[in-house]
Design a protein around this ligand. Structure first.
Ligand SMILES: Nc1ncnc2c1ncn2[C@@H]1O[C@H](COP(=O)(O)OP(=O)(O)OP(=O)(O)O)[C@@H](O)[C@H]1O
Ligand SMILES: [Mg+2]
Length: 342
């Protein structure tokens, strides 16, 4: 498994060499810098959490940089929520170190968390109060938020997540999707530099997922760095710039998404004249699937010219790319929450 990850150049702590300051202050010395491009926003070293004999998170080195939308992918039970909880100081790590916005956690919790918006699995609230009152109380309970514009900020956050018109309805009468939206609104209250979201689209319908995706893209365009966990490959593929994949507690891939989706070097050709194409490209056809051929060792422009010159009709021609799903499924084992009979 790890050899394949290495072959992809995508093992944890992958090197992206372009300039920028290494995470030299605080946790990591320049020689051991986890982050070499951009400013480090989340950096962990050997982060581990054990519950008795179970290693829920196994020595992970996260490297999230300013401006990333980082997708933290993992099957059920792979350790996503446990990692998020450790980042936010909600549970103590068994071993390892964490730096958030350049500061050591949990030591700097009081200074760092006001700049971080967070949504963790099953956001809590007072069921008998409205969403708005919950947010007003939440904002008032933490340090550093201005009281003067509290109401306006709460209304803006509710509008952002599509709950602007929900009125006085108590949270206990909210649907699952509405509770999730309220949790997101809570994360947005203080215009955070960094959003840490544990499965933000959990419980939302396709329209809701699309709305939240647009909201996150909007926040990102306005300078917010986003770290989100998900078990949905498609969600991460559509939204994220950088990906980390967790498999039973281990970070088996950490890479820019574009690097994982690099062309494989093969060309996909679809043609209704399959027999003619095969005989023309003899020796280069690696695989046939219906009217689709996988061709290797040819330049796409030359291949196209060759086919067209011989009167072979081409309905599609392009570089083959690996999907994130292929990469992840090849590298990961079965879902960690499968419980087999003994
Ligand atoms: N408080 C706890 N006590 C004991 N085991 C725990 C505790 N919290 C989590 N675990 C275990 O740690 C492992 C990782 O759980 P975690 O909730 O972090 O996974 P996850 O990736 O968030 O899963 P999901 O996608 O289902 O939310 C699981 O095996 C889980 O049973
Ligand atoms: Mg979880």
């Amino acid at each position: 498994m790890s050899t394949e990850a290495s072959a992809l150049g995508a093992t944890p702590g992958d090197s992206h060499s372009s300039g920028g300051a290494p995470a030299s202050e605080g946790l990591f010395s320049p020689s051991a810098a986890v982050s070499t491009a951009g400013t480090s926003v989340i950096a962990t070293r050997g982060l581990t959490k054990r519950f008795g004999s179970l290693v829920a998170v196994d020595s992970i080195d996260l490297d999230v940089r300013r401006g990333d939308i980082y997708g933290f992918l993992g099957a059920n039970g792979s350790g996503k929520t446990t990692t998020v909880r450790m980042l936010l100081g909600l549970v103590l790590a068994t071993s390892g170190q964490i730096e958030l916005l350049g500061q050591r956690m949990p030591k700097a919790t009081g200074r760092v968390l006001p700049k971080v918006g967070a949504l963790v699995e099953g956001p809590g609230s007072y069921g008998h109060l409205s969403g708005r009152t919950n947010l007003l109380l939440l904002d008032g309970s933490g340090p550093g938020a201005s009281r003067r514009n509290r109401g306006a900020r709460v209304d803006e956050a509710l509008t952002h997540v599509g709950l602007g018109g929900v009125g006085r309805r108590p949270v206990k009468a909210y649907s699952l999707g509405m509770r999730q939206r309220l949790g997101l609104a809570a994360a947005l209250l203080r215009s955070p530099e960094l959003l840490i979201l544990d499965e933000p689209t959990n419980g939302l319908d396709p329209q809701g997922i699309q709305e939240i995706r647009q909201l996150l893209l909007h926040l990102h365009a306005n300078g917010t760095t986003i770290f989100l966990s998900s078990h949905l490959l498609a969600e991460v593929e559509q939204l994220c710039t950088r990906v980390g994949v967790l498999d039973r507690g281990r970070l088996i891939v950490q890479s820019q998404l574009a690097d994982l989706q690099k062309p494989t070097g093969r060309i996909v050709v679809r043609t209704p004249d399959i027999a003619a194409a095969r005989s023309l490209l003899d020796g280069h056809v690696e695989h046939q699937d219906g009217d689709r051929l996988l061709i290797r060792a040819l330049d796409p422009a030359e291949l196209n010219a060759r086919l067209v010159q011989r009167g072979v009709r081409v309905s599609e021609l392009g570089l083959e790319r690996r999907s994130l799903e292929q990469t992840v499924l090849e590298l990961t084992g079965p879902s960690a929450d499968r419980v087999e009979p003994s």
